[in-house]
Write a protein that binds this ligand. Structure first.
Ligand SMILES: Cc1cc2nc3c(=O)[nH]c(=O)nc-3n(C[C@H](O)[C@H](O)[C@H](O)COP(=O)(O)O)c2cc1C
Length: 394
């Protein structure tokens, strides 16, 4: 059997502090530090603790050229080599596709063929959340709590070393002002109100839809959309969770940007849709109450077709989502509705809901829109022309 190391592997020395009881009773230092070595490999999707013997064996194998198992076992011990193989840090050349080592080999092959930049694959894989909820770590501290914990924030504007008097600029004017100035992040939605279908359709089409399809080859097209996109590739697409849109059944859909259609993926009851929304946004009930959630998903293959193993590719895809979000916000504002975006999402749970592989489909953020609740606001909103942080009912 021949082996090689997985394509991408980073090792993190993670220090953990604990009370040193012996030292405490002896009246000296009270903290003891211990270091664990963690192997971080994006094709595995979990951290694996390794020891010095594992590290020595991993360092002795290449990630491209195959090495005989017998040679490695002779030098580092069969137990070490087989443990690394079982974890997927080492991969077997002839692993049967339907075996556990074969499945690990297939994940590594997927990572190799997608042209991920290793550090980007690492950051993407290990920044995803699973089942983060208000009772398992999701916290939303108020500004008052933050001030108490951390003191004053750095000033809102940085000081620069100006080489002369500041140049006063004329006041801005323009027809976008009316919409731009009214935009705000809505956190108080009417959970019984529906979006008119025409509004939902305009939001999706003018944010995520293509105005034109341009042919760049006999079987190659680029799309023209209302937001810019790195490389003109528009890798970010929309998956929609419909809770309350007139004429649409609740459930999960994929928005087709050329046909301007919603392709149903999973039908739900209204209660199930509400539960999925909460799970998506990590229990942020103030966002889950919006009538429609839109998951922005980056199609890695589309972007990395051009940006192979590229330092900036992942950043560009995230920036694309930011542009789309602002377009979505402005269209919602034009329709007299609040919108939101959040990156505090249970990406892994969303991947499960939509049956997506995180190496192929990068869940980036969730945005949404709904009808604003009337009456007193429970959650903070920064609406233009108001003072303070909006009404907060404790
Ligand atoms: C990348 C990004 C992530 C955000 N995440 C959250 C979030 O998790 N929860 C939330 O309530 N608002 C979230 N927001 C909204 C911001 O809190 C909001 O834009 C900010 O407070 C300014 O308010 P405004 O949008 O009304 O001007 C996010 C905004 C951005 C751009």
């Amino acid at each position: 059997m021949n082996l090689r190391r997985c394509a991408v592997l980073y090792l993190e020395p993670r220090e953990e502090l604990d009370i040193d009881w012996a030292a405490l009773f002896a009246g000296t230092s009270t903290l003891a530090a211990s270091t664990r070595w963690l192997a971080l490999a994006p094709h595995l999707d979990r951290e694996i603790e390794v020891d010095a013997a594992d590290l020595a064996a991993l360092a002795a194998v290449g990630s491209s050229v195959w090495t005989a198992h017998a040679d490695l076992a002779q030098r580092h011990g069969a137990a070490v080599v087989d443990r690394l193989l079982a974890h997927g840090l080492l991969l077997a050349e002839d692993a049967a596709p339907d075996s556990a080592p074969g499945a690990l080999r297939a994940r590594d092959d997927t990572l190799r063929t997608l042209h991920w930049r290793p550090l980007a694959a690492l950051a993407h894989t290990f920044s995803r959340w699973h089942d983060v909820r208000s009772d398992t770590g999701m916290e939303a501290p108020s500004f008052d709590e933050l001030l108490e914990r951390h003191g004053n924030p750095p000033p809102p504007v940085q000081q620069v070393a100006s080489i002369g008097a500041a140049v006063a600029l004329p006041a801005p004017t323009g027809f976008l002002d009316e919409v731009l100035l009214r935009r705000y992040t809505g956190r108080n939605y009417d959970t019984s109100a529906s979006l008119p279908l025409a509004v939902a359709a305009r939001l999706l089409q003018r944010t995520f839809g293509a105005q034109e399809v341009r042919h760049i080859g006999p079987h190659a097209n680029v799309l023209k959309k209302t937001s810019p996109s790195g490389g003109g590739l528009h890798p970010v697409e929309a998956f929609v969770l419909v809770q309350r849109v007139d004429g649409l059944a609740p459930g999960l859909y994929h928005y087709h940007p050329v046909d301007n259609t919603l392709q149903p993926l999973r039908a739900t009851t209204p209660d199930q849709a509400a539960a999925l929304a909460l799970q998506m946004v990590a229990d942020q009930y103030w966002l889950a109450g919006a009538a429609m959630q839109v998951v922005m998903v980056g199609r890695v293959e589309r972007s990395f077709w051009k940006y192979r193993n590229h330092q900036k590719a992942y950043r560009a895809m995230s920036l694309d989502a930011g542009h789309l979000s602002q377009t979505f916000y402005l269209l919602a504002t034009e329709a007299g509705l609040p919108a939101f975006i959040t990156a505090a999402i249970n990406d892994i749970d969303i991947e499960t809901m939509l049956e997506l592989d995180h190496l192929r489909h990068a869940v980036i953020a969730v945005c949404g829109c709904g009808v604003a609740a009337s009456g007193e606001r429970e959650m903070v909103e920064l609406r233009y022309g108001e003072t303070g942080l909006g009404q907060v009912a404790e």
